[in-house]
Design a protein around this ligand. Structure first.
Ligand SMILES: [Cu+2]
Length: 161
């Protein structure tokens, strides 16, 4: 329960939402009775004062590259080329919408014999979203990626500029 709440309460969400969630939980607990719920409907000045300014915090701030596998084409990446600036922290967000397990794995060279740079976890879709954040190589060029489960069918290049 604690973990689950923690995931929902992302930075930027106001304390009011937190109160709403807490209120919902309290309402669901029959032992507590309903008397306390009025308190949650009344915004307090203190709660508003602590509202974050709205700047994302603690999340990836660099470019986000999106790539996916669709249900209709379940053994392929939607892109065979991704582009990113050199020596830059990027996040790759891979969405697997197929019922087949996949991941995306980047290498520091032109094929999978090169050292690994970064990879997502292998996940089975639909709607399986995996992210990985890493710093792109200093040297511009093409860097190979593939799916570890289907290294022949699913591959492409990260073009570093
Ligand atoms: Cu795969």
């Amino acid at each position: 329960m604690g973990d689950q709440l923690g995931r929902w309460l992302l930075p930027g969400m106001g304390p009011l939402l937190a109160l709403a969630l807490a209120g919902g939980i309290a309402c669901g607990d029959a032992d507590d009775g309903a008397i306390g719920t009025i308190e949650f409907r009344t915004p307090t000045p203190g709660a508003e004062a602590t509202t974050p300014a709205g700047s994302p915090n603690g999340e990836a701030t660099g470019p986000v590259l999106e790539i996916e596998t669709t249900e209709d084409d379940p053994l392929a990446f939607s892109e065979d080329e991704l582009r990113a600036p050199a020596a830059t922290e990027i996040t790759v967000e891979y969405t697997n919408n197929s019922p087949i397990p996949h991941n995306i794995h980047f290498f520091e060279g032109s094929n999978a014999r090169a050292p690994s740079i970064a990879m997502t976890d292998i996940a089975t879709g639909p709607n399986a979203i995996e992210r990985v954040t890493f710093t792109t190589p200093d040297t511009p060029g093409s860097y190979f990626f593939h799916c570890d489960v289907h290294p022949v069918q699913m591959q492409g290049d990260l073009v570093v500029e």
